[in-house]
Design a protein around this ligand. Structure first.
Ligand code: NAD
Length: 256
């Protein structure tokens, strides 16, 4: 499949899953607008290897004004956004009664409200062009809970709800909106949770095994490259009637 001539914006793509998706889209020929914190130059070079045009905007997606600036940048530099991947996300683990209010607000802003803001800014141009793909990186935690993850689970359930509504509101157009629900993917976000377990004196390899064994029957991680391939499928003609879905890719987590 070729995405030549299309432009993809992937939020939170300087690391982990977002970077894997950006690489998949670039390999298929799309121009890519990267977003996220950290060393943008190295990531731009990595994504540019496939010959696509690549830009980076440092918007903090907890701020709607910065999201709007990022879309203005994409319009100026690439003529707009055809594929929007809402991926940026953070985690904080604590019980509800100990959950810092500031962390709750940040998780809701970054993991949920940013999806609304990017979507409302992307849709008019997609409708005008007569084609668009919106893919929201939710989580298995958009469908089930886990202790200690109140804000994350609430935000991801919200993302799936929003995905359904946008899927319905675009149902008679060539714009689709879907969510992907990964299980464990070994990225910095999950490595921190493994490190927290190992900090209690558990061997790091054992901590990683325990993390998988608790939830993910395959006992293997999903990879950012797997997720990139699924995004490409949703961008393809064969994916055009997948609408408002929450697609599990979780080593069997949600089958239990
Ligand atoms: P990660 O920490 O590796 O990457 C997060 C990215 O988001 C980074 O590029 C970071 O710079 C960016 N980011 C963070 N805060 C931001 C902000 N305020 N504005 C803009 N960018 C910001 O995390 P990851 O594991 O790759 O997670 C990516 C997405 O996948 C998240 O939405 C996460 O909830 C979801 N997810 C992850 C897993 C997993 O097991 N890793 C499983 C299911 C869902």
């Amino acid at each position: 499949m070729s995405l030549k001539g299309k432009t993809a914006l992937v939020t939170g793509s300087t690391s982990g899953i977002g970077l894997g998706i950006a690489l998949g889209l670039a390999r298929a020929g799309a121009n890519v607008v990267l977003n996220g914190f950290g060393d943008a130059a190295a990531v731009i070079a990595e994504v540019e290897q496939f010959g696509a045009r690549v830009g980076h905007h440092p918007a903090d997606v907890s701020d709607p004004a910065q999201i709007a600036e990022m879309f203005a940048y994409a319009e100026r530099k690439f003529g707009g956004v055809d594929i929007l991947v809402n991926n940026a996300g953070i985690q904080h683990v604590a019980s509800v009664e100990d959950f810092p209010v500031e962390r709750w607000d940040a998780i809701i802003a970054i993991n949920l409200s940013s999806v609304f803001h990017s979507t409302r800014l992307a849709l008019p141009a997609m409708r005008n062009k007569g084609w668009g793909r919106i893919v929201n990186i939710a989580s298995v935690h958009g469908q089930v809970g886990s202790v200690g993850k109140a804000a994350y689970v609430a935000a991801k359930h919200g993302v799936i709800g929003l995905t359904k509504v946008v899927g319905l509101e675009t149902a008679t157009s060539n714009v689709t909106c879907n969510a992907i629900c990964p299980g464990w993917v070994l990225t910095p976000l999950v490595q921190k949770q493994i490190d927290d377990r190992a900090a209690g004196g558990v061997d790091p390899q054992q901590a990683q095994h325990d993390l998988l064994a608790e939830k993910q029957p395959s006992l293997e991680f999903v990879t950012p490259a797997h997720l990139g391939e699924l995004v490409l499928f949703l961008c393809s003609e064969a994916g055009s009637q997948v609408r408002g879905a929450a697609w599990n890719i979780d080593g069997g987590w949600l089958a239990q």
